[in-house]
Design a protein around this ligand. Sequence first.
Ligand code: NDP
Length: 242
Amino acid sequence: MSKGRVALVTGGTRGIGRAISEHLRDAGYKVAANYGGNDEAAKRFTEETGIPAYKFDVASFDDVKAGIEQITKDLGPVEVVVNNAGITRDGTLHKMSYEQWEAVIHTNLTSCYNTCKCVIDSMRERGFGRIVNIGSINGQAGQYGQVNYAAAKSGIHGFTKALAQEGAAKGITVNAIAPGYVDTDMVRAVPHHVLEKIIAKIPMGRLGRASDIARGVLFLVADDADFMTGSTLSINGGQHMY
Ligand code: NDP
């Protein structure tokens, strides 16, 4: 029954998003993978996966609106949205510029407003929708040097619970996933000695794999996952039990 549903994965061409795009494709969804600016990675992604990539800035409402209109023309109405695109601009508050704050809040949190706002009317009319927002362990627990990122991710968890209440009577479920540290470009940018300390705190003794998160998404977007809404699925190797 999920077969043929159109799924938009923001930041779907690299890292966790790429794994989500591929898992959804394999499960029979028609996937549109969004990306921000890395044309080379997106081109490679489409060549390797056969999944179309759509370039638009999730932080901009007008860009998202135009991007979703194009996807709807190409593939059909979007019934599944995975808000995965995200960035870090780390620094302790006393050194953090307003630009660092704003970039992370708009890309990681305002983006959820932008995509959901553009699909919600059509989901309500169709009586079906699946929205999964990718939060973070650092939105649950906070993290030194990440007031912007922790605030945005924590905001995602609140956004999820509020929209879940609004969508419930219309067949729309809204859930979040809070990944722990996952082996992607974002985490590879963390200095090696810091990463070693982080891994030492993970009971499973390893970083997550992008596929660990993608499997959670597959579960949450399934047609028959229709009684699960407003929840946050922690996938973190036991690092934070919330
Ligand atoms: P990556 O940096 O590997 O990939 C980020 C993706 O987001 C890319 O496809 C990128 O596109 C896209 N993107 C970034 N900015 C924008 C934008 N303005 N508009 C559209 N697309 C954009 O990230 P990860 O795979 O590591 O992270 C994915 C999500 O998971 C993020 O929300 C992150 O916060 C969250 N997360 C990650 C964890 C980790 O340990 N890796 C832990 C917890 C949460 P492009 O290629 O064009 O740059």
